[in-house]
Every structure is written in structure tokens, then in C-alpha cells.
Design a binder for this molecule. Structure first.
Ligand SMILES: N[C@@H](CCC(=O)N[C@@H](CS)C(=O)NCC(=O)O)C(=O)O
Length: 230
């Protein structure tokens, strides 16, 4: 049965940009599960009210409703044990939790101020007021103050991803010879940037850039086919 997934999009239905939704899209592709994505906008809270919360991703798998990217990934791993494993073993599954939190507490907080004004410019017009109000409250200043990004911010981003770079200097993927959920968790944030921002975050041919390109090619170029900046 086809899994339905509510997926945050911008002004165009093919501009999927949520890092949390990209985690799940990559996981579903790895698991070779059929998915129907339902384009969703920030202000369409009623469309996902059945999930009991207000954020995407949300998946509907038969009569199962699951929200939160990490919960969904673990649901898929448990529910579809005969499909390719997202982790390979329970130890790797436990370690992937560290990657999830490193992404959310180190990488995304540095990346977000760099690209948040680009997000604002690419979201659907119906979402603009809501996005401005909620994000300005969260960040404590007008979105316009994020318009001009300093070189030092990009350099800081490049510095904080040093552990990723050093790892990818020695092996093609975080998971080794082949990608797994650890790669998807971090790639999702890079796909977030690609889908919404023309800013150059990395030098071409550095290990993270090479990995990013390989990730874009996975699953018949699934992520590359989604609207974004190359
Ligand atoms: N912990 C959640 C976070 C989900 C999340 O923050 N989703 C954002 C989109 S990237 C959202 O739906 N935001 C709705 C809003 O801000 O109203 C997960 O991992 O799925």
C-alpha cells in the first residue's frame, strides 16, 4: 500500500524544502517503499490536524499515522524489517541518534540564519505573514536583518562541519561504502539549503561537496530532481 506523506513546499509544489521531510523522503526511498507526497504549506494546519500536532512530516500508512521525522524513520525500520535496513544494526541505530541531535543543535542553528531570508522569499504567499510572525518571535529580530550574510557566517558553517569533512575524507559515506540513515539525516539539511538558497556554502571538490553530489544522485537523482539551486 502506498504511504502518504505531507511534505512542506514553497511557492511551487515541487519546491520541497523541509529538512525533516527530506530525512523521511530519503528513508522511504532507501526502504524502497512507495510514497505519495502531499504538498503542504505552513498555514494548512487543519490538513494535518488528524495527526494531533502541527508540524510535518506526517505519514499515513494504512491506518497508522506517524509524525516527527525520527519517529517515522524508526517506525519504517520496525514495520518493514524485510526491506533494506536504514541502519544495518541496532548499534548503528543508536549512534544515528547522535547525528540527529548534532544536526539539530549544531548544524541547523548555524545554517538557518544564513538561509532564513531565502526561505521567506521562496515560501508560498499564503504563508508569508505566519512565517514572519513566528520566526521573528523565535529569532528576536526582523527577517530583513538576516538578508545580508557575512562571509564569516559561511566560514563558521564550513568550520562546524569539520567532523563531517574529516570523516568523508576517509570514506565515501558516513555509513562507510554505502549510505544509510546517518547520511540521510545530515544530507536533509544540505538539501534544505539547496532547495531554497542560491548561496554558495562549500567549495567545489571538497569532501563534503563531493558527498553532497553523490547524495543528490541517489535513488535515480530523486533529490536533484526537486526544484533547487545547483
Ligand atoms: N522534530 C520534528 C520537527 C518538524 C518541524 O519542525 N517541521 C517544520 C517544517 S521544517 C514544520 O512543520 N513547521 C510548522 C510550523 O512552523 O508551523 C521532526 O523531526 O519532524
Amino acid at each position: 500500500m502506498t504511504i502518504k506523506m505531507y511534505d512542506l513546499v514553497g511557492a511551487e509544489n515541487n519546491r520541497a524544502f523541509s529538512p525533516f521531510c527530506w530525512r523521511v523522503r530519503m528513508a522511504l526511498a532507501h526502504k524502497q517503499l512507495e510514497v505519495e507526497t502531499i504538498p503542504w504549506h505552513f498555514t494548512e494546519k487543519e490538513a494535518i490536524a488528524f495527526s494531533g500536532q502541527e508540524k510535518v512530516p506526517v505519514i499515513v500508512d494504512g491506518n497508522q499515522v506517524v509524525s516527527d521525522s525520527w519517529q517515522i524513520i524508526n517506525y519504517l525500520e520496525k514495520t518493514y524489517p524485510n526491506q533494506p535496513s536504514l541502519f544495518g544494526c541496532s548499534q548503528a541505530q543508536a549512534q544515528a541518534l547522535f547525528i540527529k541531535y548534532w544536526d539539530e543543535t549544531v548544524l541547523l542553528p548555524v545554517l538557518l540564519p544564513i538561509i532564513i531570508f531565502d526561505v521567506f522569499e521562496h515560501i508560498h504567499p499564503q504563508d508569508k505573514t505566519y512565517f514572519r510572525e513566528t520566526r521573528e518571535k523565535l529569532l528576536g529580530k526582523p527577517l530583513e536583518e538576516f538578508k545580508d550574510v557575512k562571509d564569516s557566517q559561511i566560514q563558521n558553517f564550513q568550520t562546524i562541519i569539520t567532523p563531517l569533512r574529516e570523516t568523508l575524507n576517509q570514506q565515501p559515506f558516513l555509513a562507510g561504502e554505502k549510505p544509510n540513515c546517518a547520511d540521510y539525516l545530515l544530507f536533509a539539511s544540505f538539501q534544505f539549503a539547496r532547495s531554497i538558497s542560491p548561496k554558495k556554502l562549500l567549495e567545489m571538490n571538497e569532501p563534503v561537496y563531493i558527498w553532497w553530489e553523490k547524495m543528490l544522485d541517489l535513488f535515480d537523482g530523486m533529490a536533484r530532481k526537486s526544484i533547487g539551486y545547483d
